[in-house]
Design a protein around this ligand. Structure first.
Ligand SMILES: Nc1ncnc2c1ncn2[C@@H]1O[C@H](COP(=O)(O)OP(=O)(O)OP(=O)(O)O)[C@@H](O)[C@H]1O
Ligand SMILES: [Mg+2]
Length: 242
C-alpha cells in the first residue's frame, strides 16, 4: 500500500577499515515511492546502497526493511527478501547470453514466472529481445545497463536499488531508462531507490530526494523542492548534465 514504510535507515555508519564512509545516515523510503540520493563523487552514495545490501555491513545504526531488521543479515538473505540491486558499473555476466543473465536474475524462486517476466523486460527494452542470444560482454554500454536493470527486475523486487543507471550513457538512452523506471513505478507500483550524479534527471523523476555530502545527509525534500533549491542548483545543477 502506498505511504507505508518499506525501508528505514537510521543512524547508519559504515567504515572501510578506519575510514568512515557513512557518518550517521537517516533515510526512509515508502512503498510506491521513487526516492533518489544525489551527491558528488566519493560522497558515499554507493556505500549506502551496498550497506543496505549487507556488504559492507553498517557498524552502527539500523536498517529496517519491510518491518524486519536486516542490519546484520548476510547479503544472500537480504536478496531473498526481494531487494534487488543494479550496481554501479553494471556487473552483468559477460560470458553468458542476455537470456542467461535474465535467468540468473530470476533465480530458482521465480522460475515459474520466468516466461511472463522475461516478456515484460522485453517489452520495456525491445533491444534486449533482439539480442537475447548475444553474450552480455558484447553488448553496448547502454544495452548492458538495460540488461542490468532487467536482471534486477527478474527477481520481482519489492525494492529496486539502482546505482547510477545513467553513467556513461548517451542522453537518449538515459531518457529511455528513466522513462522505463517511471512506467514501472506508475504501472506496477515498484518502489525505487536511485543513486545518481545526474541530479536534474533524478530529481525530476523522484517523489523525494536526499543530498549526501561526505557521508552525511545535508538536505532532503520533494524532487520539486530540491530542483528549486538555490544551494542544490549551485552545487549539482549549474553546468551539470541537463
Ligand atoms: N572498498 C573500499 N575501500 C576503501 N575505501 C572505499 C572503498 N569503497 C569506497 N571507499 C571510499 O568511501 C568513500 C565513499 O565512496 P562511494 O563509492 O560510496 O562514493 P560515491 O558517492 O558512490 O561516489 P561516485 O559518485 O564516485 O560513485 C570514498 O571516499 C571512497 O574512496
Ligand atoms: Mg558510486
Amino acid at each position: 500500500m502506498a505511504g507505508e514504510q518499506l525501508l528505514k535507515v537510521q543512524g547508519v555508519e559504515t567504515y572501510y577499515g578506519n575510514i568512515r564512509a557513512l557518518a550517521g545516515i537517516d533515510v526512509e523510503v515508502k512503498k510506491g515511492e521513487i526516492v533518489s540520493l544525489i551527491g558528488a563523487n566519493g560522497a558515499g552514495k554507493s556505500t549506502l546502497m551496498m550497506t543496505i545490501c549487507g556488504s559492507p555491513q553498517a557498524r552502527t545504526g539500523s536498517i529496517i526493511f519491510d518491518g524486519q531488521d536486516i542490519t546484520k543479515l548476510p547479503t544472500h538473505e537480504i536478496a531473498r527478501l526481494r531487494i534487488a540491486q543494479s550496481p554501479e558499473g553494471r556487473r552483468i555476466f559477460p560470458r553468458m547470453t542476455v537470456l542467461e543473465n535474465l535467468q540468473m536474475g530470476a533465480g530458482l524462486d521465480n522460475l515459474k514466472y520466468f516466461n511472463e517476466d522475461v516478456e515484460k523486460v522485453f517489452v520495456m527494452f525491445p533491444r534486449l529481445k533482439e539480442r537475447q542470444s548475444q553474450r552480455g560482454g558484447t553488448l553496448s554500454g547502454g544495452e548492458q545497463q538495460m540488461l542490468s536493470i532487467g536482471r534486477a527486475l527478474m527477481a520481482r523486487p519489492k525494492l529496486l536499488l539502482l546505482d547510477e543507471p545513467s553513467l556513461g550513457l548517451a542522453p537518449l538512452i538515459v531518457k529511455g531508462i528513466f522513462e522505463a523506471i517511471k512506467v514501472l513505478n506508475e504501472k506496477e507500483g515498484l518502489t525505487v531507490f536511485l543513486v545518481e550524479q545526474n541530479a536534474f534527471a533524478a530529481l525530476k523523476l523522484s517523489h523525494r530526494a536526499y543530498v549526501l555530502v561526505n557521508g552525511k545527509v545535508t538536505m532532503s525534500g520533494s524532487g520539486k523542492e530540491l530542483l528549486a533549491n538555490p544551494e542544490v542548483r549551485a552545487a549539482y545543477l549549474e553546468g551539470g548534465r541537463h
